[in-house]
Design a protein around this ligand. Structure first.
Ligand SMILES: Cc1cc2nc3c(=O)[nH]c(=O)nc-3n(C[C@H](O)[C@H](O)[C@H](O)COP(=O)(O)O)c2cc1C
Length: 263
């Protein structure tokens, strides 16, 4: 175990050295390990003790295969993960708990922006804690964004009731690669003192250039996304406004309005 100081250092090392792992040695996680990860992660801070999330552990191989088909491009990652967890923002269970208090409550109303945002925050904190717990147990991980991009398909596959929004898939596995640490914005751009400081165009351009250079050295876009382009070109492609993106986002917005975001 070591002294409290040594434990603190080892947690800091885990955080400072973490990177996404997208190549796993195929294995399946024992139940006691999955439980250890989730038991540790539910200690994350939570808004009003409501834990507005649900974690679905994908245990059935048949379901995993259907999931792999949905996650086109990252299907091998899904197949080789030791464990896959679908993390959902859950206002269904939260609403039912408030119903039991027998008063007129906020989740019955047309607007609950605070509860909506904090359900996402609760889920994000939970995911972060799960990632750290998995790292402490020797596993690597990657978050996949498919659930929020295809919420209706995920809701159907996992039989999610209204009010439950699939956000991310957390794929945890035995490391089959050792990628470099990826770039981050310089600390002064994200860590301000006593007020907001607008970054200059030079600072932002410098970071974008450094980002592209580092990812190019790793051959990142070709290796992980399968496209023959540099990262900034890919980012332009991914964030470009076109009709198909608008249509897809209209569908996501509609789902979120029905299930999570009441503004
Ligand atoms: C909300 C969210 C969605 C993500 N979706 C994906 C994804 O679909 N596929 C993937 O390979 N990585 C995904 N990632 C991982 C990021 O690409 C990764 O964290 C980022 O490239 C930084 O690299 P690092 O984690 O190795 O430092 C996602 C991360 C977050 C926080």
């Amino acid at each position: 175990m070591g002294s409290p100081l040594e434990r603190r250092r080892s947690i800091l090392r885990i955080l400072r050295e973490r990177r996404s792992i997208r190549k796993f040695i195929r294995s399946r996680m024992p139940e006691e390990v999955a439980r250890l990860i989730v038991e540790a992660a539910v200690r994350a801070p939570t808004y009003s003790y409501l834990q507005a999330y649900t974690i679905i552990w994908v245990r059935s191989e048949e379901l995993r295969e259907r999931l792999a088909e949905l996650c086109e491009g990252q299907d091998e990652l899904v197949r080789s993960s030791a464990a896959i967890f679908l993390i959902c923002a859950d206002l269904n269970r939260t609403r039912r708990m408030l119903d039991l208090l027998g008063h007129r409550h906020v989740l019955e109303s047309a607007k609950h922006p605070v509860e909506s945002i904090f359900a996402v925050l609760d889920s994000g904190l939970l995911a972060a804690f799960m990632i750290i717990a998995a790292e402490a147990l020797g596993y690597g991980s990657t978050i996949l964004d498919y659930p929020l991009v295809y919420p209706r398909e995920f809701a159907r596959l996992f039989e999610l009731p209204r009010g439950v929004t699939p956000l991310i898939l957390l794929c945890v596995g035995e490391r089959g690669e050792a990628p470099p640490l990826r770039p981050r914005l310089p600390l002064p751009l994200v860590f301000h003192e006593d007020g907001y400081r607008e970054a200059s165009d030079e600072e932002l351009s410098e970071y974008l250039a450094r980002l592209e250079e580092a990812l190019e050295r790793e051959n990142y876009v070709r290796k992980y996304i399968g496209l023959d382009m540099r990262y900034l070109e890919y980012l332009r492609l991914k964030t470009g406004l076109d009709d198909s993106l608008k249509k897809a986002y209209d569908a996501v917005e509609k789902y979120l309005k029905e299930n999570l975001m009441r503004f």
